[in-house]
Design a protein around this ligand. Structure first.
Ligand SMILES: Cc1cc2nc3c(=O)[nH]c(=O)nc-3n(C[C@H](O)[C@H](O)[C@H](O)COP(=O)(O)OP(=O)(O)OC[C@H]3O[C@@H](n4cnc5c(N)ncnc54)[C@H](O)[C@@H]3O)c2cc1C
Ligand code: FES
Length: 280
């Protein structure tokens, strides 16, 4: 950690991708201005970082790129003051990036097992990082089947569409995309809610780990399906997005009972969450 952990190294916006027709979801590909800062930014899938704009403020976001990718990627929904200011910036603008923070998805536990990813809406970000990481030819053989069920309200709200279309045809991953309503579109071909599609796909739970990210309503209806499929609470992992201020366990803004989401999380097993007060 640098001497002043709140000091954000400068990064340059290299590319901005508008992800949906409403234009409230944008992906920012960032490059560190100083090579040494890139070297220090060592992360694994599941971690997050703070983006900052001078004179505006800062906010935490899950890292959507994989560690091996040269640019650091974040997908941001425009919801308030910071995210609106970020959405107004274009390629070439300089912003700050401090982190990485938090824990990672349980890569050691996942080794040798099938990995089942269940995601909805724009929460897919750190799961994209995970999929790119696991599918790297250097480590793909360390994991069993890769099953990913990813849905959104409408086809246009799915993130990373070009990449998903390419992944659908690859033999090393079983990617099932869906939309609550396909709105007459021919892609994706599955119409339905993520928990229902999960039930149809019915991935085996015997030697598997499930990673779940999505809006609270999706998570609520996904758990019973995972249980029905035989997933035990210690086989299911979720990433939380509680409000944060410092990101480094100092301010107490993000805690759930004795746990700091920024330091002990954001990734928790369902077994851990069952022991905590239910205010997550
Ligand atoms: C670990 C972590 C990872 C995250 N990853 C992403 C990501 O990949 N992409 C992304 O778009 N967002 C992500 N978020 C949420 C993001 O941090 C907030 O959307 C952002 O802080 C809002 O800042 P703002 O100034 O634009 O909004 P504000 O002006 O602060 O608030 C605008 C509205 O958003 C609500 N809001 C603010 N923060 C949160 C939050 N944490 N959870 C729910 N509602 C909130 C407020 O209640 C208000 O209604 C993540 C949050 C955490 C803690
Ligand atoms: S955000 Fe400050 S303690 Fe977690």
């Amino acid at each position: 950690m640098p001497a002043n952990p709140y000091l954000p190294p400068p990064v340059r916006i290299e590319k901005v991708t508008v992800e949906n027709a409403a234009r409230d979801l944008k992906t920012f590909d960032l490059a560190f201005v100083n090579e040494a800062d890139r070297g220090r930014f060592s992360f694994l899938p599941g971690q997050f970082a703070f983006l900052s704009i001078m004179g505006v403020g800062e906010a935490p976001f899950g890292i959507a790129s994989a560690p091996s990718e040269p640019l650091v990627k974040f997908t941001v929904k425009r919801v308030g003051s910071f995210t609106t200011a970020l959405h107004e910036l274009d390629s070439g603008a300089l912003i700050g990036l401090r982190g990485p923070y938090g824990n990672t998805y349980p890569l050691d536990l996942m080794s040798g097992k099938d990995v089942v990813i269940v995601s909805g809406g724009f929460s897919f970000t750190t799961l994209r990082s995970t999929l790119v990481h696991l599918r790297d030819p250097a480590r793909r053989q360390d994991f069993g089947k890769l099953v990913c069920i990813y849905g959104a309200r409408s086809p246009g709200e799915l993130l990373y569409k070009d990449e998903l279309r390419a992944w659908e045809t690859r033999p090393d991953i079983s990617l099932v995309l869906c939309a609550d309503s396909v709105c007459g579109e021919t892609w994706p071909c599955n119409e339905g809610l993520v928990p229902n599609i999960l039930k149809q796909v019915s991935p085996a739970s015997g030697n598997a780990v499930a990673l779940v990210c999505g809006p609270p309503i999706m998570i609520r209806y996904t758990h019973p399906v995972l249980e029905e499929l035989g997933f035990k609470p210690e086989q299911v992992f979720l990433s939380l997005e509680n409000r944060m201020k410092c990101g480094i366990g100092k301010c107490g803004r993000c805690n759930i009972g004795p746990k700091y989401v920024c330091k002990d999380g954001p990734v928790f097993s369902y077994a851990e969450l069952l022991k905590l007060p239910s205010d997550y």
